[in-house]
Design a protein around this ligand. Sequence first.
Ligand code: ATP
Length: 135
Amino acid sequence: MAELHVSILTPAKVAGTFSAEQVQVPGIDGYLGVLPGHTQLISELGVGELLVHTRQGIESYFVSGGYLDVGEGNHVTILVDIAEKPVDIKVDRAKDARQRALSRLDDKSGVDVLRAQAALRRAEQRLVVAARLSK
Ligand code: ATP
C-alpha cells in the first residue's frame, strides 16, 4: 500500500520525518485526515495535536502556527512555528499557563480576551499531548 512521506518542519529544525499510513492535523475548523492519494492542497493549521500513524505506532506532536502542504507523490509537509513531542512538554509550565489564562478570562477587566483564549488553548492542547506519555 502507498504511504505518505511526512516531514514536520519548524524554523529551528526538522522535528520529524516519517513514512506514514495517515496523518491527522488540527485545521482551523477542526481536524483533517490525510491518507495516501489525497488531493494536493495547502491549508492553514490551528493549534492542537498532530497525529502521525505509522506501522510502528502513533506519533503525537503539539503544533502551533503553520501550514499543511499535501503535494505530489504523497509528500506531506507540516510547516509550523512550534512542534513539541510529549517528552518536550513541561507539564507544570503548561498547567501554570492554563491557570494564568483562566484567571485572566475570569477577571475580564482590561484583559485581551482573544489573547487569553489563545493561551488557554495552547496550554490545554499541550496537556493533551503530554498525557500521551502515560498512556
Ligand atoms: P508560557 O506562558 O508558558 O510561555 P505560551 O503558550 O505563551 O506558554 P508559546 O508562545 O506557545 O508559550 O511558546 C513560547 C516558547 O516556549 C516556545 O519555544 C515553546 O516551545 C516554549 N514552551 C511554551 N510552553 C511550554 C511547555 N509547557 N513545555 C515546553 N516548552 C514550552
